[in-house]
Design a protein around this ligand. Structure first.
Ligand code: SAM
Length: 248
C-alpha cells in the first residue's frame, strides 16, 4: 500500500493550528472555538449510541481491546475506553498523537500510537475486539486506500470482533471540495502560510467517497457478517455506517 507522507504533514499542520476543529469541522468552531467538554461530549454521545446499537444487534463479544483508527486527539478513543479493558488510538499525525496523549493523560486503559500511514503493524492479527474508525476513510486520498485499510482491519479483528466504520457515498460535494483543496495546494506552493489559508477558510483536507460496490466486494471477500448498514444524511454528505462482525 502507498505511503501518505503529504497527508501526515497536512494533518500535523491542522493539529498545530486548530486541532479540535480539524477533528470535528463545525463551521462555528473554526478558529479554536470548541469548548473541550462539549467536544468530548460529542464523542461520548456517538460511542454510547454505537455500543447500545451493537448490543441491540446481539453483539456480545469480548471487550479486551478496541482500536480507534485515525483517532485524532482521542475524541472517540476516550469515549470507547470505559467499554474495553484497553483502547488504542492510532493516527498518522505525530502532532495529533501528542495532543491525544496530553489531553487524555490519566484516562485509564487508554493509549495512543503513531502509525506510518500504510499498515497497522503495531497491532497483531486476530487480537482486536472492536476496530472503530469514524470520519477517517473519507479523508484518505482515494477509495483504493480505504479498501486496503478495510482488509487491514479485518486482519487485526479477533473472531467474534466487530468493525465499525463510515464512508461518504455521494460524490457531488466531494468534487467541489477537491477543487478548494487544489486551490489550497496552489497557494501553499506559492508560499502562502497555512495559517493564512486556514483563516481564509481554505483547508488541506480532502474528501473522498468510496463506491458502495467496492465495500460490498470487501465484505464478500473477507467473509465478515453484516450486522447493520445504516444510510444517513450528514449535512451535505450522504454517509453510510457499517457494523460488521467477524464470524467465530
Ligand atoms: C477528521 S479527524 C477524525 C478523528 C477521530 N476519528 C474523531 O472522529 O474524533 C481524521 C483523523 O484521521 C487521521 N488520518 C488521516 N489519514 C490517516 C491514515 N492514513 N492513517 C491513520 N490516520 C489517518 C488524521 O490525522 C486525523 O487525526
Amino acid at each position: 500500500m502507498q505511503r501518505f507522507g503529504s497527508s501526515s504533514r497536512d494533518w500535523d499542520e491542522l493539529a498545530s493550528m486548530d486541532p479540535l476543529w480539524a477533528v470535528l469541522t463545525l463551521n462555528d468552531k473554526r478558529g479554536n472555538r470548541w469548548d473541550i467538554e462539549e467536544f468530548w461530549e460529542t464523542g461520548r454521545d456517538q460511542v454510547d449510541a454505537t455500543m447500545g446499537l451493537l448490543e441491540r444487534l446481539g453483539w456480545n463479544g469480548a471487550r479486551e481491546l478496541a482500536v480507534d483508527f485515525g483517532c485524532g486527539v482521542g475524541r472517540m478513543s476516550r469515549a470507547l475506553s470505559p467499554y474495553f479493558d484497553r483502547t488504542v488510538g492510532v493516527d498518522i499525525s505525530n502532532k495529533m498523537v501528542e495532543l491525544a496523549r496530553d489531553l487524555n493523560a490519566g484516562v485509564s486503559g487508554l493509549e495512543f500510537e503513531r502509525i506510518d500511514g500504510a499498515t497497522i503493524d503495531a497491532i497483531q492479527s486476530g487480537t482486536v475486539d472492536m476496530v472503530h474508525t469514524i470520519l477517517v476513510l473519507q479523508h484518505l486520498p482515494n477509495a483504493t486506500q480505504a479498501i486496503g485499510y478495510l482488509h487491514e482491519f479485518e486482519r487485526i479483528l479477533r473472531p467474534g470482533g466487530v468493525l465499525v466504520f463510515d464512508i461518504i457515498t455521494e460524490t457531488r460535494w466531494t468534487y467541489r471540495l477537491r477543487a478548494r483543496r487544489r486551490l489550497y495546494r496552489i497557494l501553499r506552493v506559492a508560499g502562502v502560510a497555512p495559517e493564512r489559508l486556514h483563516a481564509k477558510g481554505l483547508t488541506s483536507m480532502t474528501m473522498t467517497s468510496v463506491p458502495v460496490q467496492d465495500v460490498d466486494d470487501f465484505i464478500r471477500e473477507s467473509g465478515l457478517e453484516v450486522l447493520l448498514i445504516d444510510d444517513q444524511q450528514k449535512g451535505s454528505f450522504s454517509k453510510r455506517f457499517y457494523y460488521l462482525r467477524k464470524p467465530g
